[in-house]
Every structure is written in C-alpha cells, then in structure tokens.
Design a protein around this ligand. Structure first.
Ligand SMILES: Cc1cc2nc3c(=O)[nH]c(=O)nc-3n(C[C@H](O)[C@H](O)[C@H](O)COP(=O)(O)OP(=O)(O)OC[C@H]3O[C@@H](n4cnc5c(N)ncnc54)[C@H](O)[C@@H]3O)c2cc1C
Length: 418
C-alpha cells in the first residue's frame, strides 16, 4: 500500500447494508475485526425492506424444481400472475434461462434442498437470537405461514408436506374448517391449506435490518453512507472507491444483492445473476378483520402479510432487466383476489418494486472469489434472502477468520460459476 493514502482503513469493508451485508458486518465485528459497512442508502432500504417478511423454515425447494415443467405452458402465455417475462430479456439471457431450467430436475432437487435446509436452519437460529438482542423481539410472530389452495389440491399439498417431513420440517395439512379456525377473519375461499408451523414472520423487515445494524454500530462497527464506485486490488488488500473518498481493507465482502454483479465485472467475473423482480403494495387493514400470519395464495400467485403499516400484498416473479420501468400488471391482477380473501381499505403509499437476485441453481454464492485473495462474495439469496441473510453473513465472517461456517457451505462456493 502506498504511503500517501488519506482515506480510512479497516480490517474488513462490507459492501451493501441489506440483511446479508449487515449480518456479515455484525459477525465480523463480533470476531474482533474492525469493520466498515458501506451503502448509499440507510441499512435495510432496498430488497431487504420490501419483502414479505417471512422467516421460512420450509423454503427448501427452489422455484426451479421438477413441478416447473408442468406449469410452463401457462407461463408461456405471459399473462399469469406467477410469472411475467420479457421476451427480449429472455433471448439476451438465454444462457441463464437454459441453465435455470436445467436445474429443474428430480436429481438436482435433493442436493439443493439439503444445502438450503442447512443454510435456513442456521439462519433461523440466528434471527431468533439476534431479534431479541437487537430489542426488536416485538416484531417477530411465531404463528407460522399458511400456503392455501382454492381448488381441491390435497395431492399437491401432500406432496409438499412429504418433502418437508423428509427433512424434519413440521407442517399441518388443513381443510376448509381448520383454515377458518386458524384465520377467522378470512372468507372461506380456500379448500386446502398447509401450515408451516416452524416458520415465523416479522411486521417490518426493513426495521429488523435497521435494528441489526444498530447492534453492529453498538458493538463498535462503523457505517458509511456513500455510493460505491469500484473495488480495486491494492497490494496485499483492497481499495474501495467511494463517491466521496476511499477505504482500504484487507478483506472486502460484496453483499450488494441484485447489484452485486456490477462491481465484479471489472475484476473479470461474469456472474450469471438474474433479477426475479417483485412488487408489493400495502393497504389499510380493517382492525376487525386482521390476519394472524402471512398467507400464500398458491393458485392466485400472491402473498398477503400483516405488516406494521397495513396488509402487504406481494406479487409473483417478473423476469426482465433489473432497472427496466415498472409494470404493475401482476399487482393489478392479484389485489382484487386478495380483497376477496380478507377485507382491507385503501392503499397506503405507493407500490414498491424490488429484485430477487437469483443464480441459475437458485443457491446463493457464499465464499471466496476464486481468483482474488481477500474478496468474499455473499449474494444471490433469491426468494429467501431475508430468511437466509444472517447465516450467509456469519459464514463469510467465519471464512475470513479461518473457521468453519455454521452449515455446509460447499454447495454455495462461488467457484461453481466463476
Ligand atoms: C417481492 C419480494 C418478496 C420477498 N419475500 C421474502 C420473504 O418473505 N422472505 C425472505 O426470506 N425473502 C424474501 N424475499 C427475498 C429477499 O428480500 C432478498 O433475497 C434479500 O432481501 C436480499 O438481501 P441482500 O442483502 O442480498 O440485498 P439488498 O437488501 O438489496 O441489499 C443490497 C444493498 O446494496 C446497496 N447497494 C447496491 N449497489 C450499491 C452501490 N453501488 N453503492 C452503494 N450501495 C449499493 C443497496 O442500496 C442495498 O441496500 C423477497 C423478495 C421480493 C422482491
């Protein structure tokens, strides 16, 4: 490192203050390292803000599982609420699409489910511990998550339950009466339900990330609000170029969620990251008709979560460029369906858009960049990044410290793609 450097210095710089980056920063700090966490916005303001707030014990089967094939014909119409896709994007990203579909086989399901099960288990343990430590325990609800079908889909529900049972994840199959007993405020539109009993949820994922960030600063960590322009190898370590200065560090963690590939490209890494965009809109609840837990309408392809500011309706997947203009078609399609389940009032605020960062095998990258010492990758947590952020970050801090992560991180090695 040259001697005329006037910027800041730390052992570790973590790029991105979403749930993944905040978790990596906090656990690296717990290991006694000096840590600076950088984001252009406040912690938990992007994808980690707008999600459905589910801490899911059972999301071990990625979207590209064998059942995707039977659903494809209806998705090809490009009118389904579950999936909209931009034909131009699909042609330009045919390689990603082919690799994503190639993973939707029975033989590729088990290894990925096993990997995700380990990651999820470790992460839920951390969330339950940290949310108390962060004095945000009032935000977590241990009421489970209900997936519900309007049709007589007992077979589909039983099939999902069988996979969960195989991994020791508890769930309860419900009929119409049992659903009404569980959620007395909803209309009896669902014939079949699967209650994920070990799943929790929070009433404001953004506030939870902010509380974890306060835990980080409370333990001596530093947050810098600035645009990150580049990461440059610098002697034994790294120089992080910011809009308003520079930071030097021995280790750099890239936890930029859907923006992670951008800063890695100049270093020669072409990350096959796609953006499963999603939307939410919140509505004023009727206090006499409250939801007890998030509900996933399996056939309507939307989620309803009771949040601090109202009922948050989240949409399915839109495959297109990360920064393409918003299209509210999917939200417009599902909001009337949601109103037919539970009574709620007018919209609160504007619709929100985010992007689930997804690699072709739907597993995140957690580990070292293959060709650069001290560069760590922690992104690609797709639909379950709010759940899996704490263990993703903890694994990176463990690897920086030369110790083993709290779960088998081998399937998440960045070298599988880079
Ligand atoms: C509609 C929807 C519903 C979802 N529901 C759930 C759910 O219920 N449960 C669940 O577990 N997961 C859910 N997810 C997924 C989850 O939200 C994401 O996987 C997770 O939030 C990703 O976290 P992250 O820390 O990787 O990224 P982010 O939270 O996006 O953080 C990345 C950060 O990097 C910063 N950044 C990027 N580029 C720069 C730059 N150049 N300079 C400075 N800062 C920069 C951004 O400002 C941002 O704060 C959902 C996602 C969506 C879209």
């Amino acid at each position: 490192m040259s001697n005329n450097f006037t910027g800041k210095q730390a052992d570790v710089v973590v790029l991105g203050a979403g749930i993944v980056g905040v978790s990596a920063a906090y656990t690296a700090r717990q290991r006694g390292l000096s840590v600076i966490l950088v984001d252009r916005r406040e912690p938990g303001s992007e994808t980690s803000y707008g999600n459905a707030g589910i801490l899911s014990s059972g999301s071990i089967s990625p979207l590209n599982n064998p059942s995707l094939w039977s659903a494809l014909p209806k998705y090809l119409t490009n009118r389904h609420a579950a999936l909209r896709w931009n034909p131009g994007w699909s042609i330009r990203n045919a390689d990603w699409v082919i690799r994503f579909l190639a993973n939707a086989t029975a033989s590729r399901l088990r290894p990925r489910a096993t990997a995700l099960h380990g990651l999820i288990g470790a992460s839920l343990k951390l969330h339950r511990e940290w949310i108390v430590k962060a004095e945000a325990a009032q935000r977590i609800r241990e009421t489970g998550w209900l997936k519900a079908w309007r049709s007589d889909a007992v077979g589909a529900a039983k099939q999902e339950q069988a996979l969960l049972t195989e991994y020791g994840i508890e769930s309860r199959l419900l009929d119409r009466q049992a659903i009404s007993a569980l959620e007395p405020s909803i209309l009896p539109v669902y014939k079949v339900g699967l209650l994920h009993t070990q799943t929790a949820s929070v009433d404001s994922p953004g506030a939870v990330v902010k509380a974890y960030a306060r835990m980080f600063t409370g333990s001596g960590g530093e947050i810098r609000q600035s645009e990150i322009k580049a990461i440059v190898p610098d002697g034994e370590g790294w120089r992080v170029v910011l809009g308003d200065g520079e930071i030097r560090a021995r280790d750099v963690v890239v936890a930029l969620g859907p923006w992670s590939a951008d800063l890695l490209r100049p270093l020669g890494y072409r990350v096959p990251l796609a953006y499963e965009r999603g939307y939410h809109r919140e509505f004023k609840p009727n206090p006499a008709r409250s939801l007890q837990r998030p509900i996933h309408d399996a056939e309507g392809s939307f989620l309803m979560s009771p949040m601090e500011n109202g009922i948050r309706v989240t949409s399915g997947v839109e495959l297109t460029d990360r920064d393409a203009p918003s299209s509210f078609a999917q939200l417009d399609q599902v909001v009337p369906l949601a109103r037919g389940v539970v009574e709620f009032g007018e919209a609160v605020g504007d619709p929100w858009r985010g992007a689930r960062p997804t690699l072709p095998d739907s597993l995140p990258m957690i580990g070292p960049a293959p060709r650069h010492a001290g560069l760590w990758l922690a992104f690609g947590n797709q639909h379950i990044g709010f759940t899996t952020g704490p263990a993703t970050g903890t694994a990176i801090a463990a690897m920086i410290g030369g110790t083993a992560p709290p779960f088998d991180a081998t399937p998440f090695a960045p070298s599988r793609y880079l």
